[in-house]
Design a protein around this ligand. Structure first.
Ligand code: TPP
Length: 540
């Protein structure tokens, strides 16, 4: 069998159920073989969209998706989205055709390995017909087990050779590392002594499925619960959950986290975003950090106790050690205070134009809670993160590890394919929407249940709000009005413009049918500046 065909079949047989991509001569045969063997293929209109779709699919499903691209420019077009996936440790497998080793003068020739390694992805290669099946198995396993963005190079001459299509046996399931006894004891001591503990969970806790054990640990210790932005939703519904720790924290969450005398972080880096540059945690609080990765411990701020271990295994061990310990801190009054202190109850001065807060609160009330909220980057990104509730951690996709504008729409398409039972809400700025414009065609073609909310201030608002008060000219970051509703209709979506909350009736009507994706062009007041923005700019 041709290597190209055998690789396609092997990927499907390895459990790759979904692939995204854009076809060229270098990846057509292998992609056809994958599709014929049962993998569903979704074509994007730009490789930058395809890689984001694979990223969004991986974040929501936890499964490895393939992104199939042509050699050379097909791969270079993926690089920005690939960087985000690599930094976020999303398990994705890019299948990239490559020029033959001897094709020194090919127009398509670049150093594909050097290119992808430079942005933190893992370069793998189908070296020859004899190793092809082992090469595929290794690449899939590295993506899946190491949770890495892996790029599998498929040189054209190797693709055209014959090989034996037998896959090697799958490797064993791995057990997550257990925490060491001494560190555990130090953490138990800290928690026993604490009067006002706080638990902060990050993506590591989500990946380890540590939510139930952490909720139990919270009950035993009386801790308030919070998450980093990427782990938003992990404690959804818990009466002692404060939401996101960091720039998006409500005033009440800032106060309660600041009052904590012990903070225990699970799979959270405790970086500048989660701690507001360290300000959110009292300098006298004892800090315990749990992470699988030794390098993560103490990387962003000093900690008193470091535990190298899986978040769920460590939380369970702490629950076992603390059984019988009961803190009286969790009172009904505290639960009421937390409910009343949620962002949607915090007063603000309403704008006479479409206020992004009012818009988001209205959407939150209108949309079914079974939703996946995907947030692009920009000034607007606080509003959906603060005001749109999510049902669980899989219901929140926050591709911000590279702080790149324009990745949200592709991530939303991948998320919608991973969870077709949920309404996907893509929150983007007008700048991000235009960066992802090719994928409006994909949206219209695939007819997925997606609501795209464009916070349209006709500007790169983040730049305007930051530089205008400094006296800098900002006209280069401002634009004439864009008619996104018309663009959306032209691409096969439904388009709706909103200049006031009364215009959201059209969203309610659409919800009843959801026959096509809806693009809501929300013409928000461009002069409202989010408080968290200056905090964000300090992180540059
Ligand atoms: C690819 C990329 N280009 C430029 C930037 C710098 N940048 C950060 S936010 C922003 C504005 C984004 O505008 P928009 O999507 O309309 O959202 P808004 O800030 O207006 O809410 C820009 C250009 C970036 N982060 N990523």
């Amino acid at each position: 069998m041709l290597v190209a065909e055998a690789v396609g079949r092997a990927l499907a047989a390895s459990g790759i159920d979904v692939a995204f991509g854009l076809l060229g001569s270098g990846n057509l045969t292998v992609t056809n073989a994958m599709r014929d063997a049962g993998t569903r293929f979704y074509g994007a209109r730009h490789e930058g969209g395809a890689i984001c779709m694979a990223d969004g699919y991986g974040r929501v499903s936890g499964r490895v998706a393939v992104c199939s691209v042509h050699q050379g420019p097909g791969l270079t077009n993926t690089i920005t989205g690939l960087t985000e996936a690599a930094k976020s440790r999303t398990p994705v497998l890019v299948l990239a055709a490559d020029t033959p080793a001897a094709a020194l003068r090919s127009n398509f020739r670049i150093d594909q390995t050097g290119l992808v390694e430079a942005v933190g992805a893992v370069a793998e290669r189908v070296h020859g017909p004899d190793t092809a099946m082992a090469d595929v198995a290794r690449a899939v396993r590295r993506a899946r087990v190491e949770r890495r963005a892996v790029v599998l190079m498929l040189p054209l001459d190797v693709q055209a050779a014959d090989c034996d299509p037998t896959l090697p046996p799958a490797g064993p399931e791995l057990v997550p590392p257990a925490p060491g006894r001494a560190a555990l004891e130090a953490a138990v001591e800290t928690l026993r002594a604490a009067e006002r503990p706080a638990i902060i969970a990050g993506r590591g806790a989500v990946l380890a499925d540590a939510g139930p054990a952490l909720r139990r640990l919270g009950e035993l210790t009386g801790a308030v619960l919070a998450t980093s932005a990427v782990a938003n939703g992990l404690f959804a519904g818990d009466p002692f959950a404060l939401g996101i720790a960091g720039g998006f924290s409500s005033p009440l969450a800032v106060r309660l986290l600041g009052e904590a005398d012990a903070v225990i972080a699970f799979g959270a880096a405790l970086n500048q975003w989660t701690t507001r540059h360290g300000m959110l945690i009292d300098p006298t609080a004892r800090v315990v950090q749990v992470d699988c990765d030794e390098e993560a411990i103490g990387a962003h701020r000093p900690v008193d106790v470091g535990i190298v271990g899986d978040a769920a295994a460590t939380a369970e061990a702490l629950v076992a050690a603390l059984d019988g310990h009961a803190s009286g801190r969790r009172t009904a009054a505290l639960a009421d205070e937390i409910e009343d202190g949620a962002w949607r109850h915090v007063r603000y001065e309403q704008s006479a134009r479409l206020d992004p807060r009012t818009l988001t609160i209205a959407l939150d009330a209108m949309l079914p809670l079974e939703r996946t909220v995907v947030v692009d980057s920009g000034h607007f990104m606080g509003w959906p993160s603060m005001y749109l509730r999510v049902p669980d951690a899989a219901g929140f996709v926050f591709p911000q590890a590279f702080q790149c504008v324009g990745l949200g729409l592709g991530n939303a398409i991948g998320a919608a394919i991973a969870r077709p039972d949920r309404l996907t809400v893509a929150a983007v700025g007008d700048g991000g929407a235009l960066l992802a414009l090719p994928e409006f065609e994909t949206l219209g073609r695939l007819r997925l249940p997606i609501l795209v909310v464009i916070y349209d201030d006709a500007a790169y608002g983040a730049e305007v709000h930051h530089f205008r008060p400094l006296g800098e000219a900002v006209d280069l970051a401002q634009f004439p009005d864009t008619n996104f509703a018309a663009l959306a209709e032209a691409a096969g979506c439904r388009g709706l413009e909103a200049r006031g909350v009364e215009d959201l009736e059209g969203v309610r009507e659409w919800l009843a049918t959801r026959d096509r994706p809806l693009v809501l062009d929300a013409k928000v007041d461009p002069d409202i500046c989010a408080e968290w923005l200056e905090e964000a700019f300090r992180g540059h």
